[in-house]
Ligand binder design. Structure first.
Ligand code: PLP
Length: 485
């Protein structure tokens, strides 16, 4: 946060935040209105209506405040996106300035705008060397829709129109549009609305805990990558267009693959000539201690989906980084690509992204996560594995997760798990949420993805808070008779 009173935006944003600090809210009235009119994403309204939503009103750094004045440590960066933390006046100032100058113009008809051009050039600079082009969308889902159309167009142009099939993974998350949800591997999403759409198939996820019994992590990584080759042979190599994956699966529960996984996937993609799409919507912009996690995992993707951290969520923006292999064909042989969005290259969103990236660079956040706070979080978070409820804890940069277990054994595959129907993860999440800590539950795995600005002292504070809430959870489920120890 800027402490310089002359910093751009201070005049504008500080009073707004001061006013929000002083404001009193009628929480019950807001909740009634919410129940009456607002259909939330991924929400059971029947269940929600009874409890009443929590109303978030303000953010500063890594903290949020609700309408009752409670302070919460946001361990999830909003929804994996607020990488530079809340209350960055220079972003609101950049957005304000752009809105005053040119709030909107499209990029369709031989026109462009300054922030979009500058951002495209900046993304080419910070992404791996093969990436010189970018296609902008409004979200990560639209980015993945763009990928589907782009890879099919690519193979059409190369005279191989039969290459349509995109291989993805069970428990992947690639967004919520028809194509995004189809690429994703969430059973609950596929069950609603007749998904997946044709020519999208799935293989198993590289979850060592779930499927690695009897193997070392490295052996399992190679075995899990082998499922891709099996699927290619089953579908027919001449029908496969691309493989898509998150370097680290986020919404699926922070599933960090063994180090051997991605190099083997890459080898298989190369062997059959199929395109590799890295969905870096969560992993991009410093989350794993690199600008893009592809660099960390030894991937050489042809396309990279981005969103979330590109603007730290201040304004919606997404897109696809288009590698030379695909860009050359689309640009030199493709004629018009009949695809685009009204808000592709939205000047206000691009202005927010430029300032966000400037902050990440000037504060050295990528390097901090790689060499300082990331390793520190890894060490502190791993200590939680000594808690009686925690069977496994791992992290990668600024994403981490731990598994709640009923009884611990010497080997991770031998822990006794809770009956999923008990929803112990949700019980734990409730204790976190009620005690000032946002940590998400995916089944019985508790996950975090904190803002990259988090300091060592704040990591200590967060780990202590998590431990306290684990104790509360433990006492609670003992009372319910779910564990004996
Ligand atoms: C959030 C997410 C998306 C979808 O992005 P939206 O902006 O919500 O459409 C796609 N892929 C991954 C990996 C995500 O985490």
């Amino acid at each position: 946060m800027s402490t310089n009173p002359n910093a751009p935006g201070t005049v504008l944003a500080a009073p707004a935040r001061a006013a929000a600090r002083a404001e009193k809210f009628d929480t019950a009235a807001i909740q009634r209105q919410d129940t009456a009119h607002y259909m939330h994403p991924f929400t059971d309204h029947q269940a929600l209506g009874g409890k009443g939503v929590r109303v978030m009103v303000r953010g500063e750094g890594i903290y949020l405040w609700d309408s009752e004045g409670n302070k919460v440590l946001d361990g999830m960066s909003g929804l994996w996106c607020v990488n530079v933390g809340y209350g960055r006046t220079s972003i609101s100032q950049a957005v304000y300035k752009q809105m005053e100058t040119l709030p909107f113009y499209n990029s369709f008809f031989n026109t462009t705008n300054l922030p979009a051009v500058q951002l495209a050039a900046k993304l080419a600079e910070i992404s791996p060397p093969r990436f010189q082009h970018v296609f902008f969308t409004g979200s990560g889902s639209e980015g993945n829709d763009t990928n589907v159309r782009m890879v099919r167009r690519y193979w059409d142009l190369l005279g191989q129109p039969a290459r349509k099939v995109i291989i993805s993974r069970h428990n992947a998350y690639h967004g919520s549009t028809m194509a995004g949800a189809s690429l994703g591997g969430m059973d609950g999403m596929h069950a609603q609305g007749g998904l997946p759409i044709p020519d999208i198939v799935h293989i198993g996820q590289p979850s060592y805990l779930e499927s690695g019994r009897g193997m070392t992590p490295d052996e399992f990584g190679v075995a899990a990558a082998g499922w891709l080759e099996q699927k290619i042979l089953e579908v027919g190599a001449d029908k496969v267009a691309a493989f898509i994956g998150e370097p680290v699966q986020g919404a699926g529960g922070v599933i960090i693959p063994p180090a051997t996984y991605w190099p083997e996937i890459q080898r298989i993609c190369d062997k059959y000539g199929i395109l590799l799409i890295a969905d870096e919507v969560i992993c991009g912009f410093g989350r794993t201690g690199r600008w893009f996690a592809s660099e960390l995992f030894g991937m050489r993707p042809d396309l990279i989906t981005f969103a979330k951290g590109v603007t730290s969520g201040y304004v919606p923006l997404g897109g696809v980084l288009v590698g030379d292999r695909v860009a050359r064909v689309l640009i030199e042989q493709g004629g018009e690509f009949n695809h685009g969005f009204t808000y592709s290259g939205h000047p206000v969103a691009c202005a927010a992204a430029l300032e966000n990236i400037r902050i990440i660079e000037s504060e050295g956040l990528v390097d901090r996560v790689a060499n300082d706070t990331g390793p520190y979080l890894e060490r502190r978070f791993a200590e939680l594995a000594d808690h009686p409820l925690v069977g496994y804890a791992d992290s990668c940069g600024f994403v981490a997760g731990l598994n709640l277990v009923k009884a611990k054994a010497a080997a991770v595959h031998d822990h006794e798990l809770f009956d999923p129907a008990l929803e112990v993860g949700m019980v734990c999440r409730g204790h976190m949420f009620g005690n000032g800590m946002i940590m998400r539950a995916v089944g019985d795995r508790m996950i975090i993805a904190p803002p990259l600005v988090m300091t060592r002292a704040q990591i200590d504070e967060m780990v202590a808070l998590i431990r306290h809430c684990l104790d509360l959870t433990h006492a609670d489920i003992k009372r319910r008779g779910w564990v004996g120890n």
